[in-house]
Structure formats: structure tokens, C-alpha cells
Design a protein around this ligand. Structure first.
Ligand code: NAD
Length: 251
């Protein structure tokens, strides 16, 4: 069964070849969605879209921290397809800093992409979703928000991702009367380029020791959760946090 037949989805930060956004785009396309990939670099976004199964997908450059870019991407999607069914706010960056090492530039960079970006991109699609009386917004938070870091990101990353949870729940409450849902995914340690080559063997062992399932997650583990939250299977779920962490946080 195809879960997103005829649906139009925007996924931010989906040009990273081994990333969660790309894996989500791939799975959405396999389930019949037409996908718009937004990422910083135009050529990378276009290449990522061209790689997806099916036709009609396109890549577009945009920085989620820039409101005009977000509006431009939403408008390009509406111009092409006339509707936006799903938004996945996936773009995010992290930095492995200790609390006293976080300077203004670090704070701005990390908080802006995850939190401001999620707000701006959601604001860009909400009018269309409200008018349609349907829509699903899926926000990429992190286990780091729930357990206070501990994998790779610093406290500012945990704070940004915790902010994403609060924003998700507040949006869920406000948008529910218009049948627009908002949910968050909290991945644990997933093997992607966000940490690739940045963990020492000791750090990696320590992380894996803390995962009852004994392995890093795969990008498709997260994509499956995004598919569930995007699709009608989760039609009565809004304001939820979906954990994808191999048991590393059970609460
Ligand atoms: P990744 O680094 O592979 O991909 C992130 C993508 O976001 C890149 O393509 C990058 O170009 C894009 N991006 C960065 N800043 C942007 C901006 N301002 N505007 C538009 N695009 C931008 O990372 P990933 O591991 O696939 O992570 C995806 C999301 O999942 C992030 O929000 C991350 O914080 C979150 N997450 C990842 C893990 C993990 O273990 N990999 C765990 C928890 C949460």
C-alpha cells in the first residue's frame, strides 16, 4: 500500500546524501509523494531530487533561517502543484561544545537553523494548509532535547531541539481546529554525516554501550517514522514526540 499517493511534501535539509532528510524523501517518493527538496546549495538540492524514484520532484535552494527564502520555497511548491500536504522540518546543524565554550555565534548558528528555521518554514506553509483544511508538519527534534544531550551536540543544540518540541506542541494545539497536525521525531544516534568522522573510537563505544539495541540507527529508521507521521495512519496524532533511539531513552 502506498501511503502518500498524490501528496506534495517539502523536506528541508534533504540534500545530504546519507542524511535523514534524503532517506525521508526517498521513502516518501516510494510511497507516491512528490517531493520538494530544500537545501542551502541549489545544485545539491537538484541532484538529490533527481535521484528520487518517480517524476515531478524538484530541488530548490533556500536557507531556513531566512524568512523570504521559506516563503519563496512554499510559493514555488504552490505554483507547481497547487497544494502542500506535508512539511518535514529536518534541516539542522550541531556543534560538540561544552557550556562555557558556547559563544554568541555558536548559539545563533545552532539555534537559528533548528528553531527559527522550523518556525519560519512552518509559517510559510501554514496558510496553504489551513486553507486546504489538511496538512502534516513533522519536526526533527532529538533525544538530546529529552535527556540533556550526551551524544554529540552541545547544550545549545539540546536547547534548540527542546525548543522544537515546545514549538511543535504549541503549533499542534493552535492548528488542530483546521485539521493541520504537528508532530516531532526524536532520533537517538543515527549514522549520518552530521557525526561522521567526528566521534573518536572511545566516544563511539561509549554511545553504543548506552543503546540497548546495541547499534546506531539507520536513516531509514527515522524515515519510517516520518512516513507514519506524514500519512493518514497517524491521523489522530498531533503534538506527539516519536522516539527513534534503539532504547537509549525509555521514559
Ligand atoms: P546532515 O548534516 O546529514 O544533513 C543536514 C542537512 O541540512 C544538510 O544537507 C545541510 O546542508 C542542511 N542545512 C543545514 N543548514 C541549513 C539551512 N540553514 N537551511 C537549509 N538547509 C540546511 O544531518 P542529519 O544527521 O541528516 O540530520 C537531520 C536532522 O536530524 C537535523 O535536524 C539533526 O539535528 C537531526 N538529528 C540527527 C541525529 C543523528 O544522529 N544523525 C540525531 C538526532 C537528530
Amino acid at each position: 500500500m502506498k501511503l502518500l499517493e498524490g501528496q506534495i511534501a517539502i523536506i528541508t535539509g534533504a540534500a545530504s546524501p546519507r542524511g535523514l532528510g534524503k532517506a525521508t524523501a526517498q521513502m516518501f517518493a516510494e510511497h507516491g509523494a512528490t517531493v520538494v527538496i530544500m537545501d542551502l546549495n541549489k545544485a545539491d538540492a537538484e541532484a538529490s531530487a533527481a535521484d528520487l524514484p518517480g517524476t515531478g520532484h524538484f530541488g530548490i535552494n533556500g536557507n531556513v533561517t531566512n524568512k523570504d527564502d521559506c516563503i519563496r520555497v512554499a510559493q514555488a511548491t504552490l505554483d507547481a502543484f497547487g497544494k502542500i500536504d506535508v512539511l518535514v522540518n529536518n534541516a539542522g546543524i550541531t556543534q560538540p561544545l561544552k557550556i562555557l565554550d558556547i559563544e554568541a555565534g555558536h548559539y545563533d548558528a545552532v539555534t537559528d537553523v533548528s528553531l527559527r528555521g522550523t518556525l519560519y518554514m512552518s509559517q510559510a506553509v501554514i496558510p496553504a494548509m489551513r486553507a486546504q483544511k489538511s496538512g502534516s508538519i513533522v519536526n526533527m527534534s532529538s533525544v538530546s532535547a529529552q535527556r540533556g544531550g550526551g551524544i554529540f551536540g552541545g547544550p545549545h543544540y539540546s536547547a534548540a531541539k527542546a525548543g522544537v518540541l515546545g514549538l511543535t506542541k504549541a503549533m499542534a494545539r493552535e492548528l488542530a481546529p483546521d485539521n493541520v497536525r504537528a508532530n516531532a521525531i526524536c532520533p537517538g544516534f543515527i549514522a549520518t554525516d552530521i557525526t561522521a568522522g567526528k566521534l573518536t573510537d572511545d566516544m563511539l563505544k561509549q554511545v553504543l554501550d548506552g543503546i540497548p539495541m546495541g547499534r546506531a540507527g539507520e536513516a531509514k529508521d527515522v524515515a519510517g517514522c516520518a512516513l507514519f507521521l506524514a500519512s493518514g495512519l497517524s491521523g489522530y496524532c498531533t503534538g506527539t514526540e516519536l522516539d527513534v533511539n534503539g532504547g537509549s531513552l525509555i521514559h
